[in-house]
Design a protein around this ligand. Sequence first.
Ligand code: PLP
Length: 448
Amino acid sequence: MSVAPPMRADISATAALPKVVRAKGSYLYDQTGKQYIDGSGGPAVYCLGHANAEVNAAITDQLDRIAHGYRYNFTTDALDALTAILRDRCGGTLTEMVFVTGGSEAVESCLKIALQYQTAIGRKSRRRFISRERSWHGNTLGALGVSGFAERTAAFEGAFVPSIKIAAANAYRPVPGATAETAGAAAAAELEAAILRAGPDTIAAFIFEPVVGAAGGCVPAPDGYARAVRDICTRYGVLLIADEVMCGAGRCGPWRALARDGVEPDIMSVAKGLAAGYQPLGAAICTTAVFEALQAAHGGFQTGHTFTGHTAACAAGVAVQTIVARDGLVDRVIANEPRLKFWLADALADVAAVGDIRGRGHFVALELVADRDTRQPFPAERKLFHMIRMQGLENGLICYPVGGNVDGYSGDIVILAPPYTASDAELQEIVAKTALSVRQVLAAERLG
Ligand SMILES: Cc1ncc(COP(=O)(O)O)c(C=O)c1O
């Protein structure tokens, strides 16, 4: 009896995709020799571009000595060095950390640290999280449960750690009754109301992305929002978790994205740009005060994995972060932000479907709308974002289009997250090819 092959979800259906064989700097090459410019650092990961000789040498040097010093037996130079670097980059009181293998594990660790902390200080009734719609925190069960991304969470509803979803904070799409100017205050008020409704003694933490990535399209916190949620969390004994997996490690200007809003979280995650894709690496970082409570009650973090603090991965992180600092790449990202936005706006000035261009640093997105006045999205079935991805590949461009930013299903955004090392000419090529791809898809669909 023959068995039907399992259905493949879109995201893993690789048959139609080109096969990549090598890359250098901002360019990748497939098996036919075709060149692609990396306009999005893959999924906002490759902040140093590809095949960086210094990073590769640091990893091979580490592998030649020892690949993995297991955390219960040893510490290592690479782990100690990366810990010191992250203390310096985070600044303030964010001093303690657990290294993991990626973003979902980093978020999962943040959630666990929050729960452990509440237990440690005698508030074990605080078991729930508050998070936002239009957010993406990862694919493990805990991280998925706090994510507000219906298309990705629907199949698993009913099995999540209890959490409460509140509206996204988005100046382009404010909560009903608010304007772009009042969007931050209105969304923060919703957080306070949710805490009071549930009872502060039930809430462990509030988790949010300081600049929303895939689920929103580079949506920065509206003015005053981050400060307001910081104050509300402090007032009610709720921990503030900043998910900086995508927006952190320098991508949005300061090394810590939330630093731009003048706010220190209690716990934060960082991943993608940390080792820039040269090794899988993420971290959950918390304040000294949070850690001291865990230490007093339980002796330390009660979270970690076999590959926590993986030595070769930490060596990659050290090399990447050393280069980012030595070459002034965060300053470069800050300086490029207005230029990138200007070039993009200029290249798409006459395209009525471009409703918004936003973001910070090397993390900018355009949002397509069917009607600029009402901000009505195009019907989800059209999957414009997907067509732009494919048209981009055809044009030799890697960009990061996503659907669902409006209600989890509809909405089309295109994220650009170029390497911090991209030259001006490369940035302009990325913008030109993005504009071309958007125009071609709109023309083919008779929408522009
Ligand atoms: C903000 C945010 N958090 C968490 C994750 C999950 O990271 P990973 O895919 O490395 O597990 C992502 C991935 O895109 C992300 O953007």
